[in-house]
Design a protein around this ligand. Structure first.
Ligand SMILES: [Zn+2]
Length: 233
């Protein structure tokens, strides 16, 4: 029986390997373009980023994947309240799920809204508390706006291009009980966003997104805190 198996294995060996010597050189030349990409990992690549639609460098893609990993770690199994911003903050310290625990800007404002204190806590304890309450934060553009995209028109176009993908993610994956818009920048696409019919209530500030990125953050925080606790289920 062993001999039979052995014979079968021998029969399956490619004839070429028995009859021809090994090639010492690769049979295909590496194209100059491929060679360039391999050796210049910091150079821009001509592809739009899946998370924001902007033309992306390899560092941009790496930072997006890092943010995605940090956020996914603290995504509740059942999302109760989905906070939705326009674009991920420019500074890592302002990105809620960053593990550095500085909680500045948008991150600080949102934690104040939901009453999660950061004093004396490690970042992971703060993230876990936010997660346990059923809260999750995401952005229409998963990356910060690059210089040339920060103009209102460019931002509006980028967000419109992302709407279908965001809607699919909300309907099929996140499935929140309610959604809260937290960037005033979202106002430029609000009508199109409402038309998506995402199957859950949208919490707004007198018909507009809450302006956590506006000039009066404290007022926005107070309004949002009231709305979040008033409509808590
Ligand atoms: Zn991106």
């Amino acid at each position: 029986m062993y001999v039979g198996c052995h014979r079968a294995r021998r029969r399956r060996r490619p004839l070429q390997s028995l009859s021809k010597p090994r090639l010492s050189k690769p049979r295909f030349a590496v194209s100059p373009r491929f060679h360039y990409i391999q050796n210049e990992m910091t150079s821009p690549i001509d592809l739009p980023c899946d998370g924001c639609g902007q033309f992306a460098s390899t560092e941009h893609i790496a930072r997006r994947l890092q943010r995605l990993e940090w956020a996914t770690r603290y995504r509740p199994v059942h999302v109760h309240t989905l906070f939705l911003g326009s674009a991920s903050p420019q500074k890592q310290e302002e990105f809620l799920y960053s593990p550095n625990g500085e909680f500045q800007g948008e991150a600080a404002a949102l934690l104040e809204v939901v009453g999660v204190s950061t004093a004396g806590k490690k970042a992971e304890a703060v993230h876990a508390e936010f997660q346990r309450a059923g809260f999750f934060l995401t952005h229409i553009l998963e990356c910060p706006a690059e210089n040339e995209s920060s103009a209102t028109m460019a931002l509006s176009l980028l967000m419109e291009q992302r709407l279908t993908a965001v809607a699919v993610r909300i309907r099929r994956s996140l499935k929140p009980k309610r959604m809260v818009l937290i960037s005033r920048t979202l106002e430029i696409i609000l009508r199109k966003f409402v038309a998506l019919q995402l199957g859950c209530p949208l919490v707004l500030d007198d018909g507009k997104p809450f302006a956590l990125d506006g000039p009066d953050t404290q007022k926005a925080v107070a309004n949002l805190r009231g709305a979040v606790s008033a409509s808590a289920v």
